[in-house]
Design a protein around this ligand. Structure first.
Ligand code: I6G
Length: 587
């Protein structure tokens, strides 16, 4: 009992702290899934110890209170409730059974399924078809007046169109930001040295509750209606989906992705369909919302103090989770760029086990203020590599011993000197093609379709050839024998002969492809074509100084530096000589 009391007090403090970050200062420290887990623990303990439940518990409030808000207050005519959530099929089926029990019916109930957008709930008030007020949910009873900001969102009509519009109409929906909009504002923020938003919802929230509506106007916010708050003056239809159809006719944005379901099985089908389509919507959703469609039945079922009993959010597995950084490794890429990679305490994100996340460069480590041992929020959206989006600095948790991250003095692949390129915030190995870490990927690039296009040689074969030390650089490919090829796993006589034939065919190429195949940093196919038409011969290219290199069309200072450094390296020059003089590559 005493320990339950202590845990409840601890969870309340923790959750109030997080609610303050989330609702008031707009900078949540932990992912939603972690917040939900803590809230569920508290709810469970309070259910087991009802005498310890207090009215001010975070489980009893809809959101954080609007403590220090500078926006005017708005009293909601009808409370803006939140939604209860389920995250597995059996909990959804239990909800469905509860509905039947409450309505005292055994037949199926018609349910309307919609996407649960990951944004901010907003209420819009139209008087005689004119937008007069917009407010946030706040604590559900009192929200913030954000009319001036909402007026800058172009998709929200200032005047409704059409007939039979109630004199008093309050609609509710979600303001959110698309992935494209999020990328655009974060790119601009990065360029201008401003704060980066950790996800589209924070970006939408920060933009919508900005004190200066001129800033809000510059942010790519959008909106979708999800329901009726209150209306007077005209009859509204008696089904939820029909209300949404009316909204659409009056010019309000309503999602087309919704479905009426006539059984629990159909709802589960909708849930899985939405989950499959999740990467393609172009905006974040965190689940689906299921509502009893008939408004009269909704009224019969009623609401609790914080959520309607006729609706439920069926959440997807979280795409943001919290874990610890156990170490940071430095990996050498094809062009010698050394990238820090975080080794994470393995964790599942949306069903996938993740144990690593790229950190891009040292600038990113500084930006995050990351140290080894830190707890971090990681995010995996679609099929993108997991990203560390923030470090969780909790003053309640005891801090483990943290270790600073330092750049290695030598290349971890070959021990060569490393070079810091401050303009790119990158660290590079100077070993060139002699660095084994760069070898496999450099040879793979050389043989790839847009380079020398050597058919039949893929990653598996190149890895084996390098591991068996048959080849060390691209020129060695042309010295391979049939016997060496046959000794590889998965290579028979026929494939070995095809590879030898492909190597012979690949010797006839173009100057541009040859330059591209060398895999010089910042020299893609277009830059290689520009260099080929500017220099015409290999000798002129190899002997060009920095100034001449950068005078070629489309070659900037950074690319010119990389070219100069590559051609000045003796082992790279020797490989080029062998390729042209001994192998006989020509164009
Ligand atoms: O927060 C919400 C998001 C989406 C909702 C909601 C919704 O429907 C698609 N519906 C209700 C009834 C509530 N919150 C309270």
């Amino acid at each position: 009992m005493e320990s339950a009391q202590k845990t409840i007090a601890y969870l309340k403090t923790l959750l109030r702290n997080y609610q303050y970050q989330y609702y008031v200062i707009n900078e949540p420290d932990i992912p939603d899934a972690e917040y939900d887990r803590l809230m569920e623990n508290l709810r469970q303990l309070e259910t087991e110890n009802p005498n310890l439940l207090t009215q001010d518990s975070p489980t009893q409030c809809i959101g954080g209170s609007c403590l220090s808000s500078v926006f005017k207050q708005v009293h909601h005519k009808i409370p803006m409730l939140s939604l209860d959530t389920v995250s597995d099929e059996s909990s959804f089926l239990a909800f469905y059974q509860r509905l039947k029990k409450r309505l005292n019916i055994s037949s199926n109930i018609t349910l309307c399924c919609e996407l649960k957008l990951d944004g901010l709930a907003v209420s819009l008030l139209y008087l005689n078809g004119r937008l007069v007020r917009a407010s946030t949910r706040g604590d559900g009873l009192i929200g913030e007046d954000i009319t001036a900001n909402v007026r800058t969102i172009s998709i929200i009509p200032k005047h409704l169109i059409g007939n039979n519009i109630p004199d008093y109409l309050e609609v509710r929906g979600e303001v959110f930001m698309s992935h494209a909009g999020f990328k655009k504002i974060n790119q601009a923020a990065y360029r201008d040295g401003h704060k980066i938003f950790s996800n589209p919802r924070n970006a939408a929230s920060g933009s919508l509750r900005h004190l200066d509506p001129c800033i809000t106007a510059k942010r790519p916010l959008t909106f979708m209606c999800y329901g009726l708050g209150f209306s007077k003056g005209r009859a509204m239809p008696c089904s939820h989906i029909a209300c949404l159809q009316y909204f659409k006719v009056w010019g309000l944005p309503v999602s087309n992705y919704m479905r009426l379901c006539y059984s629990s099985r159909e709802v589960i089908r909708f849930y899985h369909d939405a989950e499959i389509n999740r990467p393609f919507f172009g905006f974040d959703i965190d689940g689906i919302v299921i509502k009893v469609d008939n408004l009269e039945l909704q009224r019969k079922i009623g609401s609790s103090s914080h959520a309607p009993r006729w609706a439920i959010a069926f959440k997807f597995l979280a795409q943001e989770v919290m874990t610890r950084v156990n170490n940071v490794e430095f990996r050498v890429g094809r062009t010698g760029v050394i990238t820090p990679v975080a080794q994470l305490e393995p964790i599942r994100i949306a069903g996938v086990l993740v144990s690593r996340a790229t950190l891009h460069n040292m600038h990113e480590i500084d930006r995050l203020g990351l140290k080894i041992g830190d707890n971090v929020v990681i995010r995996r959206a679609g099929d993108v590599i997991p990203q560390i989006i923030s470090v969780v600095k909790s003053d309640i948790d005891a801090h483990p011993i943290l270790k600073s991250i330092t750049v290695p003095k030598q290349c971890p692949g070959c021990g060569s000197k490393i070079q810091f390129i401050s303009s790119e915030s990158t660290v590079r190995c100077t070993g060139g093609l002699s660095c084994p870490a760069q070898r496999k990927s450099a040879i793979r690039h050389f043989a790839s379709r847009k380079a020398l296009n050597i058919n039949g040689i893929g990653k598996k074969i190149i890895d084996q050839l390098v591991d068996k030390e048959y080849i060390n650089n691209p020129a060695d490919l042309f010295m391979l024998t049939i016997d060496q090829l046959i000794s590889l796993e998965g290579v028979g006589q026929k494939l070995a002969q095809n590879i030898i034939d492909a190597l012979i065919i690949s010797k006839k190429t173009t100057f541009a492809r040859f330059i591209y195949a060398l895999g010089i940093s910042k020299i893609g196919l277009v830059a290689a074509e520009n260099l080929a038409s500017y220099f015409v011969t290999l000798n002129l290219l190899l002997s060009a100084d920095l100034k001449t290199l950068s005078s070629a069309h489309g070659i900037g200072q950074a690319a010119a530096n990389h070219l100069k450094e590559f051609f000045d390296n003796a082992s790279n020059r020797e490989i080029i000589r062998v390729l042209v003089v001994e192998v006989g590559i020509y164009w």
